[in-house]
Design a protein around this ligand. Structure first.
Ligand code: PGA
Length: 362
């Protein structure tokens, strides 16, 4: 076993890992392994994401390099299974969250044109095996995105919506407005909205309700725990609580997509551990699977197994072309919500290709 202890507060986790291996408890060993390997550094691709460094500084190197422990236990996949997990029954969905980027409509148009060219010129032949692909540009670029992406199969979504449909609400944008532009998706509950703009679970719930009233509009609901919550073993309760509050009063009939050709729902959940967003520290596939299984079992509790099995669950947080294949190979990881790496056409297209490759194994 080869590992490096980088910071004092993690010692108890190391002790737990050693004890687990010594005393033969695979579950304990696995949990320790997941905690220790959660923060693996990423490729240079990510240097383009200009928001990385703040979060990196905030977290520091507060983690361990513990690859052997991870590998020792990675083969035991049985414990990762979701309730009734059915890999392959859901179409993967890759979404690009542009956040407050790029700075001008000219730059946005260039990115959109490059994406369009990638999809039309290089991906036409494998259209049947293409995951669902969505981009979420800032509001002022939505109409341009609809135009430039026409014919590519790439859908367009809005990063946020308000809680009112019309009236004296300066600065707000309603779900009906973005739907009338042709947007198929809205994103709700992103951790940056929760923490930087104080969005509560009740607000998120209102936004989802209003969005689902718009015919043809679907919702990506983002949930995820902070590093502190993760370290205190609160992942499961936090994620489950966020989902239940966000979907309070929303019925099966509200989310089942009755018009879709392929049976599906109008709801996608993006599990995004806050400690992985914009930090370059992607969750391991095993960690993601554990969290996704929690998401699915919460949905099963609320809507029954048949509906829960249809809901796509994305992983988000420092996803790159290098990490997508392993993540998406997990039974309950049905795609990715990509921030920094969606800001280059090359990076985003390669992530879509990585997800598409997983379709051929279904
Ligand atoms: P990231 O962002 O890929 O830059 O970590 C993901 C997100 O915030 O949706």
């Amino acid at each position: 076993m080869d590992f490096k202890l980088l910071l004092q507060p993690q010692r108890f986790v190391v002790a737990l890992a050693i004890a687990s291996l010594t005393f033969g408890s695979p579950t304990l060993a696995f949990m320790a392994g997941s905690g220790l390997t959660q923060l693996k550094p990423l490729s240079a691709d990510f240097s383009e994401a200009n928001h990385l460094s703040c979060a990196l500084h905030a977290l520091g190197n507060n983690y361990l390099d513990f690859n052997h422990l991870s590998n020792d236990n990675a083969s035991d996949q049985s414990q990762f299974s979701a309730p009734g997990g059915q890999a392959g029954s859901r179409v993967p969905v890759i979404a690009g969250n542009w956040k407050l980027n790029p700075a001008t409509v000219e730059e946005a148009s260039t990115l959109l044109s490059l994406l369009a060219s990638n999809f039309i010129n290089h991906r036409g032949g494998i259209a049947a095996a293409t995951p669902e692909v969505i981009v979420f540009p800032p509001f002022p670029y939505l109409e341009r995105a609809m135009t430039l992406l026409e014919g590519t199969g790439i859908k367009v979504g809005a990063q946020n919506v308000g809680v009112e449909s019309k009236g004296a609400f300066t600065g707000e944008v309603s779900p009906s407005m973005v739907r009338s532009l042709g947007c198929e998706y809205v994103m709700v509950g992103h951790s940056e909205r929760r923490t930087l703009y104080g969005e509560s679970d009740d607000t998120i719930n209102s936004k989802i309700k209003l969005s689902l009233q718009e015919q043809g509009l679907k919702v990506i609901l983002c949930v995820g725990e902070t590093l502190e919550e993760y370290e205190n073993d609160l992942l499961s309760s936090v994620v489950s609580f966020q989902i239940k509050k966000a979907l309070q009063g929303i019925s099966r009939d509200d989310i089942v997509d009755t018009v879709a050709i392929v049976p599906g729902t109008r709801l996608v959940i993006a599990y995004e551990p806050v400690w992985a967003i914009g930090t370059g520290k992607v969750a391991t596939p095993e960690q993601a699977q554990i969290a996704h299984a929690v998401v699915r079992s919460t949905l099963q509790e609320m809507y029954g197994e048949d509906v829960a099995e249809k809901i796509q669950i994305q992983y988000g947080g420092s996803v790159t072309p290098d990490s997508i294949s392993d993540l998406i190979s997990m039974p309950d990881v049905d795609g990715a919500l990509v921030g920094g790496a969606s800001l280059t056409a090359d990076g985003f297209t390669r992530i879509v290709d990585g997800a598409a490759a997983s379709l051929s194994t279904y």
